[in-house]
Design a protein around this ligand. Structure first.
Ligand SMILES: CC(=O)N[C@H]1[C@@H](OP(=O)(O)OP(=O)(O)OC[C@H]2O[C@@H](n3ccc(=O)[nH]c3=O)[C@H](O)[C@@H]2O)O[C@H](CO)[C@@H](O)[C@@H]1O
Ligand SMILES: C=C(OP(=O)(O)O)C(=O)O
Length: 431
């Protein structure tokens, strides 16, 4: 198990560069197997999810080469193999192999995916989409077996019960080579969907309407990557550094952002009173003055992202008066960080899945656990604000999604290190 050790209370300043979006990258890597030619991804974050996906690819004889931020994926020798267990459990995004394998081979055998503990994460809409394309879906021994009909998948009109990011992406991957037209109605509109569509269209797919709630896909025979694809910046990593900068920054510039992707988040932070200057592709966050409490409700894009409710929570604690409210409408049980913040002296509680935050003049260091990636981000910020030492257990969860986080925090002046705790071997070595 990994631990993050923070000696807190040091004001941070300087520059930080945001990496490529985790939630694009984890879909683009599985989508790469749809190409008959080698794929080059640029701006790839150095995160554990990427390493785990590369391991899964190597089980299929797909060769990867990851240097700096460029990932080359060569699927020309790919063999269709089942992905029943093991690494597949280490990340939720392994479920994208369902759509990708189905699109490439007409068959996918994939173990039930893992990922963060943020409450139930059903995949009924993914399955509904595969079935609408003509596939049969069986659930046997903790694995899902999806098989296209003998004459291949055929286009269909699919209306999602809710605009699921995962289901929209999986259906896109399965349908790009299906016969005829597929229409996804009530599709997710997140920027990561547009990134996936751009990537696939540049390989010859015909996907229109990504970023709206109606996506139309005309099936093509095969896809061939021709040009490198640069992944969009990570809006969640950027939002995390905005919160950190407002909590304990002495002036921090955050580079490589697309401001529009952060609109609802920045609006909320500014409503609290944080002053931010935006440039073409960077933000400067001024040291915060007196802040006021706000109400946060998560929603689908362009609403306030569920992945940013935890990173903003430590900021609420810095408000001078009042009561802050956080309601996660996407994952209502995503409240595991609150008990951990209480250990650090936070005046915060949960009632009926609603987080109620009160002014907390000073947090103190404690031993806490990062139950999942964004809880980890929240505790990391809290640890940087706190007096004394904070030890975050299960810090591997932070490394699942935060690119070179130790290096970036140190560059801002933080006293932080990540080490292995050999006394507690993790089930997964990187957690
Ligand atoms: C809309 C939203 O905020 N999506 C976030 C969600 O995506 P993630 O892909 O996990 O979630 P989805 O967008 O797929 O699901 C949104 C909602 O629909 C439900 N659902 C989903 C699929 C399905 O088949 N059946 C079903 O009931 C989910 O339980 C959830 O309440 O978490 C990811 C990781 O934190 C974020 O990157 C996404 O931005
Ligand atoms: C919950 C998250 O990750 P995952 O869906 O990969 O578990 C996240 O990115 O906040």
């Amino acid at each position: 198990m990994k631990q993050m050790i923070i000696h807190g209370g040091k004001p941070l300043q300087g520059d930080v560069w945001i990496g490529g979006a985790k939630n694009s990258t984890v879909a683009l890597i599985p989508a790469s197997i749809l190409s008959r030619t080698p794929v080059t991804l640029e701006g790839v974050p150095r995160i554990a999810d990427v390493i785990n996906l590369m391991d899964l690819l190597s089980e299929m004889d797909v060769h990867c080469d990851f240097g700096e931020t460029t990932l080359r994926i060569d699927p020309t020798d790919i063999k269709m193999s089942p992905l029943p267990a093991g690494k597949i459990k280490s990340l939720r995004a392994s479920y994208y192999f369902m759509g990708a394998l189905l699109g490439r081979f007409g068959k996918a055998v994939v173990g039930f995916p893992g990922g963060d503990d943020i409450g139930p994460r059903p995949i009924d809409q993914h399955i509904k989409g595969f079935e609408a394309l003509g596939a049969s879906v069986k659930n046997e021994n903790d694995q899902i077996i999806i098989t296209a009909p003998e004459d291949g998948l055929h286009g269909a009109k699919i209306h999602l019960k809710m605009p699921s990011v995962g289901a929209t992406m999986n259906i896109i991957m399965a349908s790009v080579t299906a016969q005829g037209q597929t229409i996804i109605e009530n599709a997710a509109k997140e920027p990561e969907i547009i990134d996936l569509a751009t990537f696939l269209n540049n390989m010859g797919a015909v996907i229109r309407g990504a970023g709206t709630d109606s996506i139309r896909i005309e099936g093509v025979d095969m896809l061939k990557a021709q040009i490198p694809h640069t992944i969009i910046p990570d809006r969640i990593e950027a939002g995390t550094y905005v919160s950190l900068a407002a909590c304990i920054g002495n002036g921090i510039r955050i580079h490589n952002i697309i401001e529009e992707h952060l609109d609802s988040y920045l609006a909320k932070v500014e409503e609290m009173g944080v002053v931010i200057d935006a440039d073409e592709d960077s933000l400067y966050v001024y040291p915060a003055g007196d802040l006021k409490m706000v109400q946060v409700k998560t929603d689908v894009y362009p609403g306030f992202a569920t992945d940013l409710q935890q990173p903003i929570t430590p900021l609420l604690l810095t408000a001078k008066s009042g009561e802050g409210v956080v309601i996660d409408n996407i994952y209502p049980k995503r409240i595991g960080h609150i008990a951990q913040l209480q250990k650090m002296g936070a005046n915060i509680k949960v009632e009926d899945n609603i987080i109620l935050a009160h002014p907390t003049p000073q947090l103190h260091g404690a031993k806490v656990t990062a139950g999942e990636i964004r809880a980890g981000a929240c505790l990391m910020i809290a640890g940087l604000m706190a007096t004394g030492t904070t030890i975050i257990d299960k810090a591997g969860n932070i490394l699942r999604g935060y690119d070179r986080v130790e290096e970036k925090l140190r560059q801002l002046g933080a006293d932080v290190s990540i080490k292995d705790d050999p006394s507690v071997p993790g089930v997964l070595d990187n957690i």
